[in-house]
Write a protein that binds this ligand. Structure first.
Ligand code: SF4
Length: 249
């Protein structure tokens, strides 16, 4: 795997939360499109979609992070993995190993992490002796249809594998999250939200959001009503199961 070095690793995103991105690019190659790819291309950090899908590891990430954590004046409530890449991307064990090492460093200082991946969450994350903080382990999941995944998230892990890895961490007593965004409109794929929710009914937290940056989704007539109805289905499901729920469309 190619590597790069950076001058800074830990930073506060425009959305106000602390993040770590230990790679440039992402093998999942999402076509929603991927906002991080669009930003990377417009700022000249990546030349093409093909280059984006061959990620480069930040080889000095652990050294940078240690220094930056030591210099923090205030302990952050949580550090997020990641905003502009995927911490457990498919096909790159180097990225997984680096992400685990960085999470360990953060947890050792009593700071929890919140993770979101379209890969497979490693079983090691269940280990409280290595990852003692109250972390949140999350997957992105907007469908159960593998045809949809192959079209829109071609390099990401199959849905059943994402859910199975999440369930293992839940069974080990860790806090789990599903980020259901961008949820597709019926002109992209007709699907039953209730059936998807049933598969992940064991989670602690759900975020549900619409698809706001794709012409096909925004052109769907009745889009506002559709997302209001789906949001209501998600909220009712979560209320029945005692799941923390946040919806946005
Ligand atoms: S998983 Fe995230 S970072 Fe990777 S291509 Fe998809 S949207 Fe972009």
């Amino acid at each position: 795997m190619e590597t790069i070095t950076r001058k800074k690793l830990l930073y506060r995103s425009g959305l106000g939360f602390m993040c770590v991105n230990a790679a440039l690019g992402c093998s999942h190659g999402c076509r929603y499109p991927c906002y991080a790819f669009m930003m990377g291309r417009s700022y000249g950090r990546t030349a093409s979609y093909e280059e984006w899908c061959r990620p480069k590891l930040v080889s000095n990430a652990a050294q940078l992070l240690e220094k930056e954590l030591d210099r923090l004046k205030e302990k952050p409530e949580v550090i997020n993995f990641s905003l502009t890449t995927d911490p457990f991307m498919v096909g790159y064990s180097e990225v997984t190993a680096m992400s685990l090492a960085l999470i360990e460093l953060i947890n050792a200082r009593g700071i929890p992490v919140s993770i979101l991946t379209k890969g497979r969450l490693p079983g090691e994350l269940a280990d409280r002796s290595r990852f003692p903080a109250e972390n949140t382990y999350g997957i992105s999941l907007a469908s159960l249809d593998e045809g949809f995944r192959e079209k829109w998230e071609p390099g990401a892990a199959p849905y059943a594998e994402r859910i199975a890895a999440l369930r293992l961490l839940h069974e080990a007593g860790r806090r789990t999250l599903v980020h259901m965004e961008p949820y597709p409109t019926p002109n992209i794929i007709a699907q039953d939200l209730g059936a998807i929710l049933e598969k992940i009914g064991f989670i602690d937290e759900l975020y549900f959001g619409g698809w706001n940056y794709n012409k096909i989704a925004t052109a769907f007539p009745g889009r506002g009503e559709f997302y209001r109805d789906q949001g209501e289905i998600a909220r009712r499901f979560c209320a029945r199961r005692g799941i923390d729920c946040q919806t946005a469309s």
